[in-house]
Design a protein around this ligand. Structure first.
Ligand code: INI
Length: 154
């Protein structure tokens, strides 16, 4: 298939919001890098993307909701890393993030993408945020763009 210039230009007008968690930022920065790189590769330069940092994954949904309310925003990508500790806290944070993000998507009618890792170990989180291999931030970017197109067609 021949790539057209028009396609790329249209993509440049899109605005994407990203909410990233500061908690475990040694992982979320890797997710963000993968995400921004994939968006740029698909025609959305980093200066067209707004990144908002929140304290932890628990706070992602409310920030995602505010961003999703903005007219020019076509999708919100949520990036977090919940890593199991020794207490029940992990389950509460992971569940609240997942449920909250799903709610924001349904309330706003926009793609609000779940790029929050929930892993048992730090090593598992590293393996899902690789620069060249598996990177869930990159997958989240691809899902956002795919969902924008899906919703347009409905
Ligand atoms: N937040 C995370 O994003 N990941 C975690 O692993 C985590 N753990 O394990 O505690 C975490 N906790 C903080 C939480 O998201 C809130 O910021 C905090 O409870 C204040 O509301």
């Amino acid at each position: 298939m021949v790539k057209t210039f028009k396609g790329k230009r249209q993509r440049r007008n899109k605005t994407i919001g990203i909410v990233a968690s500061k908690f475990n930022d040694f992982i979320t920065r890797r997710l963000l890098k993968g995400c921004l790189k994939e968006l740029a590769r698909r025609g959305i330069p980093t200066d067209k993307v707004t990144v908002v940092w929140v304290p932890g994954s628990f706070e992602i949904p409310v920030a995602a909701l505010e961003i999703a309310k903005k007219k020019e925003v076509q999708a919100v990508i949520c990036l977090g890393a919940v890593i199991r500790g020794e207490t029940f806290h992990f389950d509460l944070v992971a569940r609240a993030a997942a449920d909250g993000i799903a709610q924001v998507s349904l309330l706003s009618g926009k793609p609000v993408i779940f790029g929050v890792l929930a892993t048992d170990t730090v090593d598992q989180a590293y393996k899902r945020s690789e620069e060249k291999g598996n990177n869930k931030g990159r997958d989240a970017a691809a899902a956002a763009l795919e969902m924008i197109e899906v919703l347009k067609k409905i």
